[in-house]
Ligand binder design. Structure first.
Ligand SMILES: Cc1cc2nc3c(=O)[nH]c(=O)nc-3n(C[C@H](O)[C@H](O)[C@H](O)COP(=O)(O)OP(=O)(O)OC[C@H]3O[C@@H](n4cnc5c(N)ncnc54)[C@H](O)[C@@H]3O)c2cc1C
Length: 310
């Protein structure tokens, strides 16, 4: 007889000071608003609570980290094991020196941009245009409008799977275009950023411009996940752009059920309301096929797809 895979009920969860939630609807926590439930969600009280949890959690329990869910497609069957979500205890941002800001990993990128602007620090304006949190920005080397995380990140505070605390320099993470090269499991808990003293009205004007540009060029009020595919040319401005390849392949506006390639920005997928995660994933795969047929380019998903299909 074949043995059943272990279930979450088979593992005693460590004693914690934070919160466990059961059968959490992940659609409520992700921008696409699709996907199944997490068996268990853990929201640690603070870094020490998280460290003790990781130290006691058996290695075989699947563990996934969810930030603001702006780059994540949760499949319809949900996520087995534990989903870790950092809350308010990790959402502080402070100025630590004339040119440095310290942000908890659950701080929204826009909050960091605004806090830097409040103290007239320049260089973090680009975060105004990215709807994720700092942990996700480090994991993805998020960037926009000529700036990216690797340009401004000094060091990160992180925990490994065994709960040990580390401080890594930005170089240790080997960040490149939408990629973090650190290969072992890490939970980022905070990060230090370097900026330069600037003129506050100029900083605020740059943030306003980013905000206005985004409204014009991205479907930011829709249920979306941002750029679906990485640009094959990476950060090279002369390299091939995913949206151009998708457009040339005739996939702008392509639809699967209630999932559609945005007419406004054809590297964005949209859930018009009733799409399933499978509709969105199938749509993305259809686009990859069309682009490969039209141009020979193999598009790679930028969006993280997690969990089980049904
Ligand atoms: C409308 C829209 C516009 C967007 N525009 C841009 C853009 O211009 N530029 C850009 O780069 N991105 C953009 N994105 C994508 C997205 O906002 C970024 O990738 C963002 O950095 C993801 O952060 P998040 O907190 O939402 O991460 P999530 O989607 O929750 O997770 C993404 C990845 O980060 C990991 N992660 C999250 N937190 C942690 C942590 N604390 N420790 C370790 N790993 C962690 C997750 O496990 C996952 O692998 C856009 C998305 C939307 C919806």
């Amino acid at each position: 007889m074949q043995s059943q895979p272990a279930q979450i009920q088979d593992w005693p969860l460590p004693e914690v000071r934070g919160k466990y939630l059961r059968d959490v609807a992940l659609a409520d926590l992700c921008w696409f608003r699709v996907g199944g439930t997490a068996d268990v969600m853990f929201m640690p009280a603070d870094v020490d609570d998280l460290s003790a949890f990781l130290a006691a959690l058996p290695d075989e329990v699947p563990l996934h980290i969810l930030g603001a869910g702006s780059n994540t497609l949760v499949r319809d069957g949900g996520v087995r094991g534990v989903v870790l979500r950092l809350g308010a205890a990790f959402g502080q941002v402070t100025q630590t020196s004339q040119t440095h800001m310290l942000a908890g990993a659950a701080t929204l990128d826009v909050k960091l941009a605004r806090a830097a602007a409040d103290v007239s620090l320049s260089g973090l304006e680009f975060y105004r245009g990215i709807p994720g949190a700092i942990g996700g920005a480090i994991a993805m080397n998020a960037g926009a409008y000529g700036g990216e995380t690797s340009d401004v990140l000094v060091e990160v505070e992180a925990l490994d799977r065994a709960g040990n605390k580390h401080v890594f320099s930005a170089d240790d993470l080997q960040l490149s275009y939408r990629h973090n090269g650190y290969s072992e499991f890490l939970v980022y808990t905070g990060a230090r950023f370097e900026a330069t003293p600037g003129d506050q009205p100029t900083i605020l004007a740059a943030m306003e411009e980013i905000s206005a540009k985004r409204e014009q060029t991205q479907p930011i009020k829709s249920r979306t996940g941002g750029s679906t595919f990485k640009n094959p040319g990476g950060a090279n401005p002369q390299g091939p752009k995913a949206w151009k390849l998708i457009d040339a392949a005739g996939a702008r506006g392509l639809q699967v059920g209630d999932a559609q390639i945005s007419e406004l920005h054809c590297n964005f997928m949209i859930n018009h309301g009733q799409a399933s995660a499978a509709d969105l994933e199938n749509l993305g795969e259809q686009v990859r096929t069309l682009v490969a047929q039209a141009s020979g380019e193999d598009l790679h998903w930028e969006i993280k797809r997690i969990g089980e299909a049904v």
